[in-house]
Design a protein around this ligand. Structure first.
Ligand SMILES: C[S@@+](CC[C@H](N)C(=O)[O-])C[C@H]1O[C@@H](n2cnc3c(N)ncnc32)[C@H](O)[C@@H]1O
Length: 284
């Protein structure tokens, strides 16, 4: 899956290819594919670690939302975050265009009666009603700019008084990168996300870096380096994947805490992908 730094402003992602990819991903379970953690043979505890850190990171925002809230989870995948919302809030609707993912989410969440999973493309399928929270976890990276702007504009009339939108998106240090081929995605910088938010009307925007994602992607980058420089070792070894993860975890204060901050301080753009949480509150 070649990636290209794109100055080609006309480059677009193709929703048909994206739908196809998530209907029939190569390897992994729906849950690991949903977190894009299925290609590097890392142990399940790596995704669990990322998720725990993400929940902690977002909890300041989530705790402010009343337990009577209605939540919309767009591009809900296998339902990881839908489940978190279902346990915290009164009702949740998850929208997902891949039948394989929607089925996995339904199976996982049958025990929570306050959750409904709807199969459909978020660009055309938005349920009636108003919501205290609209969550997009890794969705805008599969949407072209005009679709993101159109959706955010629509959301303004779908939020309750005081309601907000939370996005969790993979980002790049600057500009925009497109992943082309079977796996298509658009990775924008935080600056470009701000521009899209500006085009969508007046929002108060808060941003937090998602270090849980950076920790996981650091392990993935090391697996990529090992595959490149030590090709005689098995590419898909789960033992080597686990070894990479546990070495990093064993040195977490250095590898997971200090390293990303030092690299950011010296403006070293590694790992190539970052991830950010954005909270958007409409300004009257
Ligand atoms: C990276 S996964 C994230 C899943 C989930 N939000 C999470 O955080 O675990 C992105 C999901 O968005 C879904 N998706 C992408 N474009 C979509 C669209 N236009 N409408 C509905 N779902 C979409 C994909 O099928 C995939 O399941």
């Amino acid at each position: 899956m070649p990636d290209h730094q794109a100055d080609k402003s006309k480059q677009q992602v193709d929703n048909t290819a994206i739908k196809r990819y998530f209907e029939n991903p190569a390897g992994g379970t729906a849950a690991t594919v949903s977190m894009m953690a299925h290609e590097h043979n890392l142990p399940a505890s790596a995704t669990a670690y990322r998720l725990q850190k993400e929940i902690r990171n977002a909890s300041g925002w989530l705790d402010k939302i009343d337990s009577t809230a209605s939540v919309l989870d767009l591009g809900c995948g296998a339902g990881t975050w839908t489940e978190i919302f279902g346990k915290r809030y009164k009702s949740v609707i998850g929208i997902e265009q891949s039948s394989m993912m929607a089925k996995a989410a339904r199976e996982r969440l049958t025990y929570l009666s306050n959750i409904r999973i709807v199969e459909g493309d978020v660009r055309h399928t938005l349920p009636e009603g108003r919501f205290e929270l609209i969550f997009l976890g890794g969705l805008c990276m599969y949407l072209n700019d005009h679709d993101v702007v159109e959706l955010l504009c629509k959301f303004r009339s779908r939020l309750t008084e005081g309601g907000s939108i939370i996005l969790r998106e993979s980002t790049v240090h600057q500009g925009v990168h497109f992943s082309e081929g079977a796996y298509q995605a658009v990775y924008r910088s935080v600056h470009l996300y701000h521009k899209l938010f500006d085009r969508s009307g007046a929002f108060h925007v808060e941003v937090k870096r998602n270090y849980g994602y950076t920790n996981l992607v650091t392990a993935e980058e090391l697996v990529n380096l090992r595959r490149k420089w030590l090709p005689f070792l098995s590419k898909d070894s789960t033992a080597l994947g686990s070894l990479t993860w546990w070495m990093l975890r064993g040195m977490a204060p250095i590898s997971f805490w200090a390293l990303p901050r030092i690299l950011a301080h010296f403006n070293i753009q590694w790992p190539r992908l970052q991830n950010h949480f954005f909270r958007l509150s409409p300004v009257k």
